[in-house]
Design a binder for this molecule. Structure first.
Ligand SMILES: [Fe+2]
Length: 277
């Protein structure tokens, strides 16, 4: 039995704005520098047909950070670092959850912490060990991938996965992710449709996608909203050549190959173009 308190919440419309476009832009800008230098990493961003992999809605205009939710009674610190929560003998339907972590300017956040915990297929949390608990970090493109099982139901709640998300050095977002077409979504007063994952059937299980938008400031570059952050000389639109030095977010970077900078190619996001140091 979960003692998560129930509280009323306003009805929230499903946000579908510029999300698809922006996620595609992030994927494209991340892929292009890799393509410049070739190499096997390209396979990560292209399907077997050579076309870009399907993209699901993600970051919007940046003025709607992912809402927080109550932690509930079952969080445990110090979960193991791992991207798969599967273990021998663990029953349940396999589930992958993939997505990106963005900041307010819809730029990816590299190195963001994601700490997941959930019930097993019977709706039970492991409060003695760390079964179905694990943390991981987004890669240089701001993406994450979790392999787990579809959580079971327990009294009073609809199906959900708990997660804490934290950009480096920023406050922790505690929230929960939900599954579409669950009957209990209509009666669970904690449920928030803004936290619905996109879920489809996949090979041997289910494939879910969700992108987080953290309430962290980002420099979107000239022409974008906001103002440049201190300690940033990098600027979109600038033609850089190998060996050029810039700072971004207070860190120094060296250009690895000539290119004209553009939003989405910030030095922390594109290791093919910039090396810290
Ligand atoms: Fe829960």
């Amino acid at each position: 039995m979960d003692s998560e308190t129930h509280s009323p919440h306003p009805e929230h419309p499903r946000h579908v704005t510029r999300k698809t476009v922006l996620r595609a832009a992030v994927a494209a800008t991340a892929a292009f520098p890799v393509a410049l230098i070739g190499g096997p990493a390209l396979a990560r961003t292209l399907g077997t047909t050579g076309a870009a992999v399907p993209l699901t809605p993600s970051c919007d205009d940046g003025d709607d950070p992912t809402p927080d939710q109550i932690e509930g009674p079952y969080f445990k610190p110090n979960s193991p670092q791992r991207t798969s929560l599967l273990e021998p003998g663990l029953p349940g339907t396999r589930l992958t959850v993939t997505g990106y972590v963005f900041g307010r300017a819809c730029l990816p956040v590299a190195g963001a912490l994601l700490d997941f915990w959930q019930a097993d297929t019977d709706g039970t949390y492991d409060n003695t060990g760390f079964r179905l608990r694990g943390h991981q970090y987004t890669d240089s493109r701001g993406s994450f991938a979790l392999t787990t099982i579809v959580p079971g139901l327990y009294p009073g709640r609809t199906r959900h996965i708990h997660v804490k998300v934290q950009a480096p050095g920023r406050p922790v977002l505690t929230t929960q992710l939900y599954f579409p077409n669950e009957p209990r979504n209509n009666t669970d007063t904690i449920f928030d449709p803004r936290l619905l994952m996109t879920v489809r059937d996949g090979d041997g299980g289910r494939e879910a996608a969700f992108d987080f938008v953290l309430d962290v400031p980002q420099d979107p570059g000239p022409g974008g909203p906001g103002t440049p952050s201190p300690g940033t000389t990098w600027a979109a639109g600038t033609a850089y050549k190998a060996g050029d030095r810039v700072t971004y977010g207070g860190r120094a970077y060296v250009c690895l190959q000539a290119h004209t900078a553009q939003p989405g190619w910030e030095p922390p996001s594109v290791p093919a173009l910039w090396r810290a140091g």
